[in-house]
Design a protein around this ligand. Structure first.
Ligand code: TYD
Length: 135
């Protein structure tokens, strides 16, 4: 399963570090929405959905977490633990997030506004959707 990883440019000096993300430059889509997940309780696993159209970049800007990714044919586990590394999630990828460190802040840049109709929250329906071509 091909997962696109981004290593963002770090601007560091004797004060510390800074990463800047610009849409259609560092981020391969126009960013309509930003959200972040934090204060995740120990042992929690969340996500359990895919999107029909939405594209996202995930960055664990603090702490660490893991992603279970599944395109309906292959799966992959990804560790996010660097504030300058992003993972691109195309549409039609089932995702679960787990193993959040206590201090984890998972930042998500999304290509669309929140739309419940874009979610596939049933794994069997996700498999049927991708096996039918994902459209
Ligand atoms: P949820 O979809 O359960 O998060 P995840 O699947 O990533 O674990 O979202 C939790 C709540 O937040 C739910 O009530 C919907 C709401 N929400 C928004 O209002 N806007 C958003 O952009 C997102 C991602 C969630």
């Amino acid at each position: 399963m091909e997962i696109k990883r981004y290593s963002f440019q770090q601007h560091g000096d004797d004060r510390g570090m800074l990463v800047a993300l610009e849409e259609l430059k560092d981020i391969p889509f126009s960013v309509r929405r930003i959200y972040y997940i934090y204060d995740t309780l120990a042992g929690v696993r969340r996500g359990f959905h895919a999107h029909k159209n939405l594209k996202q970049i995930l960055v664990c800007v603090k702490g660490s977490c893991k992603l279970h990714l599944d395109n309906g044919f292959e799966t992959e586990e990804v560790l996010l633990d660097k504030p300058y590394e992003g993972i691109y999630l195309d549409n039609n990828i089932w995702r679960e997030m787990y193993d959040f460190s206590e201090d984890a802040v998972l930042l998500v840049l999304a290509s669309e506004y929140y739309d419940e109709a874009d979610y596939i929250r049933d794994y069997q329906k996700f498999l049927e959707f991708v096996n039918a071509g994902g459209k």
